[in-house]
Design a protein around this ligand. Structure first.
Ligand code: NAD
Ligand code: IPM
Ligand code: MN
Length: 358
């Protein structure tokens, strides 16, 4: 019996609803599989917690999380607490302290979803974005001076280290070699305008590529790459990008396969020294929070990524197939043109899983 302890951080807004559905799916897998079981500990760390305690998590929050097998997170951030305070108080410290330096974000058109890019099928829209998740543009190095005067100014430095760049590139080339359909890496750059860090990045792309002679690569400026996501997504296989570029590219990636309601993400510590964290790409969606209509598919897809990471590829696959079945029946939330609620979609996926895993 494989037993896993999971830290649940539902967080804010629709994070709470979608994590509830994801947890149901995990429980269904464990009921049916027999060989997998989970126990959960839920943490109420959120903007509401901030209102009561003046911080997003307790001082020893990371210490409390560090021995879990995985972390399952909903979303962080809500009007009332400035976003940089909520995110730098909870989500970003977890990603950094636990060296989750890989942010894996599949962009894949599930069976049954009609792509906004008419004519593209599940074969054309199926690639993975690997986003550097610990440094780059999200450096936290900089400051603000002369606030309130005419000389008011702010500086934020980008940080690209050899260690940080090499390890994310190596992960990307490795994944392309092992799993890539075309064994091809597309690296996002902006070395025309950003003349120190980006040429550095490009140099390491070429260097690491030499360790993988059977993998091809190209380096594409981020602006053009954004357009290629729309105009020729079928040329993508493994895309690797710095922290900010990867962030932006994956909301775009989500948009071309049906929207943020579907897009999953995994914050991976490849060495497994710390727990990895699974969370949808989307945020707390204050505009639909409390309405019961958030799409739980992104979060449920995250449970599939979690099971893959924990070493259960068959259960991971069964979840995707159950999702596709429900989508093909058009039993979906309003963002995908349906009338189902968050809870109904979660329940229906569990029912499908039951028939699959029996
Ligand atoms: P968002 O992703 O929350 O919402 C963008 C749009 O997508 C909204 O119209 C929303 O209704 C829609 N949407 C998102 N998820 C959906 C779902 N599951 N089903 C249906 N529709 C969905 O982005 P935002 O509005 O820029 O940010 C809101 C808050 O979330 C901010 O505080 C932001 O900082 C935070 N945020 C957190 C995370 C995270 O914790 N990982 C990620 C992104 C944004
Ligand atoms: C994401 C989010 C976060 C990020 C924010 C909320 C800090 O947009 O996970 O994509 O940019 O990393
Ligand atoms: Mn984002």
């Amino acid at each position: 019996m494989d037993h896993y302890s999971i830290a649940l951080i539902p967080g804010d807004g629709i994070g709470v609803d979608v994590v509830r559905e994801g947890t149901k799916v995990l429980n269904t897998v464990s009921e049916l599989h027999g060989g997998i079981s989970f126990d959960y500990k839920e943490f109420d760390w959120s903007c509401e917690y901030y209102a009561k305690h003046g911080r997003m998590m307790p001082e020893d929050g990371l210490e409390q999380l560090k021995d879990f097998d995985s972390i399952f997170l909903g979303a962080v951030g809500y009007p009332g607490v400035p976003d940089h305070v909520s995110l730098w108080g909870l989500l970003l410290p977890i990603r950094r302290q636990f060296e989750q330096y890989i942010n894996l974000r599949p962009v894949r058109l599930l069976q049954g979803i009609q792509s906004p890019l008419a004519g593209k099928t599940s074969k054309d829209l199926d690639f993975i974005v690997i986003r550097e998740n610990n440094e780059g543009e999200y450096s936290n190095i900089g400051g603000r001076i002369y606030e309130g005067t005419d000389a008011d100014m702010a500086i934020q430095n980008s940080v690209f280290t050899r260690k940080g760049v090499e390890r994310v590139l190596r992960y990307a080339f490795d994944l392309a070699q092992k799993q890539g359909k075309r064994k091809h890496v597309t690296a996002a750059t902006k070395s025309n305008g950003i003349n120190h860090t980006m040429p550095f990045w490009d140099e390491y792309v070429k260097k690491i590529n030499q360790e993988y002679p059977d993998v091809t690569s190209n380096i594409v400026h981020i602006d053009a790459l954004a357009a290629f996501f729309v105009s020729k997504p079928e040329t993508m296989d493994i895309v690797v990008a710095s922290n900010l570029f990867g962030d932006i590219l994956t909301d775009l990636g989500a948009a071309i396969v049906g929207g943020l309601g579907i897009a999953p993400s995994a914050n991976i510590n490849p060495e497994k020294k710390y727990p990895s964290m699974f969370e949808p790409v989307h945020g707390s969606a204050p505009d639909i929070a409390g309405k019961g209509i958030a799409n739980p598919l992104a979060s449920i897809w995250c449970t599939s990524m979690m099971l893959d990471h924990l070493g259960h590829p068959e259960s991971a696959k069964a979840i995707i197939l159950a999702m596709e079945e429900v989508i093909q029946e058009k039993f979906v939330t309003p963002d995908l043109g349906g009338h189902a609620t968050t809870e109904q979609v979660g329940n229906r996926i569990c029912e499908k899983l039951k028939t699959r895993l029996k």
